[in-house]
Design a protein around this ligand. Structure first.
Ligand code: RIB
Length: 307
């Protein structure tokens, strides 16, 4: 049976500028190439899961505008179920302005717009698709009350709840205690745990502290992503380091989304956590070799070509 992943999250249009560096305060710089891509952490992760073989349902909101139409067509092209993607009459489609530097590093400003209008009622209409999924995948570019409602439905029905806590913000215990798998990077882990992470020991302390804050039954796993240094995996029984795969970076935008979408898909297929994290690391590495967020979400063939 095809693994089922339901994603509740953002869908944005990314306005991407390539520049030799970020401008200083008050400075005007002439940039290089300009592109418009689909994006949004939610839609990127849904795309990754769909390209890697999952049956994906997306829950979200877009505006009644040309950007919303672009996103709906892109969702259809990826065979993503859009029955729970609402077109919002009041707010425009979410936008991200992204600057990519020559080494592939990026800086992003997101204007969420329709993404922040998702309500718990929207989630209730999608109850069956959450209850029947193997994995529910969440991020933090949509309202917390809606994500929390989705997590409640998932946990009542045995669906694994995975949260990519990006962009960073602190979260109530009533939400964290419904998460089975938490995948912060170091700055997100600092915000969530209150622990500064400046040494390898401090990373372990923060990951262990977070592991105690999430749901204790089920997988109860923190996957602390360390960029070029790989991943620190913290389960109830062990803390393990898994190394990164080194590639030539073109654009790091969306690498975390490829990681999350791949991790959710591998778990939904029934793989164990270590195999799933290794697969997700390869997916993240594959994504940094391609410009753009959604365009860089890899297929299984692309992942096989880099491992
Ligand atoms: O993670 C990358 C994504 O963050 C971009 O696609 C942008 O839309 C923002 O949501």
């Amino acid at each position: 049976m095809q693994p089922k992943v339901t994603v509740l999250g953002s869908a944005n249009i990314d306005l991407v500028i390539r520049a030799k560096r970020m401008p200083n305060k008050g400075e005007t710089l002439i940039g290089g190439a300009f592109d418009i891509f689909t994006g949004g952490k939610g839609f990127n992760q849904a795309t990754a899961a769909a390209r890697l073989g999952a049956d994906v349902t997306f829950i979200g909101r877009i505006g009644d505008d040309v950007f919303g139409e672009m996103l709906r067509s892109a969702m259809d092209a990826e065979n993503i179920d859009t029955r729970f993607v609402k077109t919002d009459a009041e707010s425009g489609t979410g936008i991200a302005t992204i600057v990519v530097e020559p080494d592939g590093d990026n800086s992003i400003i997101v204007v969420p717009r329709a993404n922040m209008c998702i309500t718990p009622k929207d989630i209730d209409t999608a109850e069956d698709s959450i209850a029947n999924a193997d994995v529910l995948l969440l991020q933090l570019e949509t309202p917390i009350d809606s994500s929390q409602r989705a997590a409640e439905i998932a946990r009542d029905n045995g669906t694994i709840v995975m949260l990519d806590p990006a962009p960073a913000r602190s979260l109530p215990d009533s939400f964290l205690d419904k998460i089975d798998i938490l995948t912060p990077n170091t700055s997100e882990a600092t915000v969530l745990s209150g622990h500064e992470i400046n040494t390898a020991e401090r990373r372990t302390v923060a990951a262990k502290a977070l592991q105690k804050q999430i749901a204790q039954d089920g997988l109860s796993t923190v996957v602390l992503t360390l960029g070029e240094q790989g991943v620190l995996l913290c389960t109830p029984s062990e803390t393990t380091h898994i190394p990164a795969i080194s590639v030539e970076a073109v654009d790091t935008t969306g690498a975390g989304d490829a990681f999350s979408g791949a991790l959710a898909t591998a778990l939904a297929k029934g793989n164990n956590i270590i195999e799933s994290v290794k697969f997700a690391i390869a997916a993240g590495a594959a994504a940094v070799t391609v410009l753009g967020a959604t365009p860089s979400m890899p297929t299984n063939e692309k992942i096989e070509s880099i491992v």
